[in-house]
Write a protein that binds this ligand. Structure first.
Ligand code: AMP
Length: 406
């Protein structure tokens, strides 16, 4: 038997997981500041709930299965569907309601750099707010979160699916714009000629296909319309609020079928990989039987980690090294005292020579080692060595607590 994980599913090792936890901490703090209440939507949904908007087709893209009683189920592919089902099925919730979640989800995506079959995301949703205000609040939150995590050089691209749809219908006379929009969403993943080919397969002439691409990806020149005005209004609000990364980009159409208004994506500059995606989806709410607006955003956590500096190791940690006859059992008791004072401390669980033990502590990322010999035990004064600078000095437990918990 090969001890490997299923395709596209992986272990998240401690360093990376600690960095992820830092992102979640920052996210929780922003939720508190902006008034989003956190919850955990169901991990498994009835297949029919997951398929409500996109239809049976969705089965190919998700983990779908039958339980032992032959019920059709699926692992959630995002957090939005579950949160929306929750809000629609709890009409007593007073709107606008602002909800948030951060958790794992599963998609039967083709694994590649930054694309897994199980991944974490953070997610915020506003139910029952006006579209432009909800869009502004969501995008301001997103920009605040990303910049506070140290992300640099990114753009927040805003667009409107209704505008893209209108241009396809009115300028290019396409009766059914949705399949074309799905092709436009593949920009960056497929090259221009491939997109043209896909459009030709749908019955569009090559000339029009090239014109469509020119309009959305190069000139961005579209006729005046209500949606275009709304986008300019939104951009004004965002600029006033200091979201310098914001720009209108009509090539953003978003892949998921449930968006029906303003949409946005955050991408590292000069890249097509999305760090965050979001938009308006009142049509999804309608399919679920509700009648209120909905706007939200979700960001992939593994992807974010590819672009921010991670510094997750707690550099104050101490590793105790018993010397001159002191035993791990003595170390255990000193560790208990230090831990009680709030200092992360560890000690050897196997007996090894001095240099090997120091090497181990270094490799594990401990900043300090504390030498524990019979004299130290008698006097309660310990030698602390800073592995980063090589300096060492003697301290009592109380002094250690004072300098290491500052
Ligand atoms: P979406 O719901 O498709 O907008 O996805 C939300 C965010 O999750 C995207 O902006 C990505 O950052 C991230 N994401 C989507 N699919 C994957 C995947 N297969 N693996 C890792 N991250 C993903």
């Amino acid at each position: 038997m090969k001890l490997t994980t299923p395709r596209g599913i992986r272990d998240i090792p401690p360093d990376e997981y600690e960095a992820m936890l830092e992102i979640f901490d920052a996210f929780r703090e922003k939720c508190r500041l902006y008034g989003f209440r956190l919850m955990e939507p169901a991990t498994i949904e009835k297949f029919e709930v997951l398929a409500l908007k996109s239809g049976e087709e969705i089965e190919k893209e998700i983990y779908a299965f039958r339980d032992k009683a032959n019920r059709r189920l699926g692992l959630r592919f995002d957090l939005t569907v579950g949160l929306t089902r929750y809000v629609v099925s709890n009409p007593q919730l007073q709107k606008p309601v602002k909800l948030a979640a951060y958790s794992v989800q599963w998609r039967y995506d083709e694994p590649q750099r930054g694309r897994y079959r199980s991944f974490y995301s953070w997610d915020i949703e506003i139910y029952g707010g006006e579209q432009i205000l909800s869009a502004a609040e969501t995008i301001i939150f997103t920009d605040d979160l990303l910049s506070s995590l140290g992300l640099k050089n990114y753009s927040t691209k805003i667009s409107d699916r209704r505008l893209v749809e209108r241009v396809l219908r009115e300028v290019f006379h396409i009766d059914d714009p949705l399949p074309i929009m799905r092709i436009l969403d593949k920009w960056g993943k497929k090259d221009e000629d491939e997109l043209v080919k896909l459009m030709i397969e749908l019955g569009v002439s090559e000339e029009i296909a090239r014109d469509i691409i020119h309009t959305f990806f190069y000139s961005q020149e579209v006729p005046e319309s209500e949606e275009k005005n709304e986008l300019s209004q939104l951009l004004d609000i965002l600029r006033d609020a200091g979201v310098d990364s914001a720009e209108i980009d009509l090539s953003i159409v978003r892949g998921l079928d449930y968006y029906d208004g303003i949409v946005f994506e955050v991408r590292p500059s000069n890249e097509t990989l999305a760090l965050v995606g979001g938009g308006n989806y009142s049509a999804l709410v309608k399919t679920f039987g509700g009648n209120f607006n909905a706007f939200g955003a979700a960001g992939g956590v593994e992807r974010l980690l590819m672009y921010i500096n991670r510094e997750s190791i707690d550099t104050r940690r101490i590793y105790i090294i018993p010397i001159g006859g002191a035993t791990p059992r003595d170390a255990l008791l000193v560790a208990k005292k230090l831990r009680g004072l709030g200092i992360p401390t560890d000690y050897p669980l196997t007996t090894r020579g001095l240099s090997k033990t120091i090497k181990y502590a270094e490799k594990q990322g401990y900043r300090y080692v504390l030498f524990l010999g019979p004299q130290e035990l008698r006097e309660g004064i310990y030698t602390l060595k800073d592995l980063a600078t090589g300096e060492q000095d003697k301290y009592s437990i109380e002094e250690l607590a004072e300098i290491l918990t500052q």
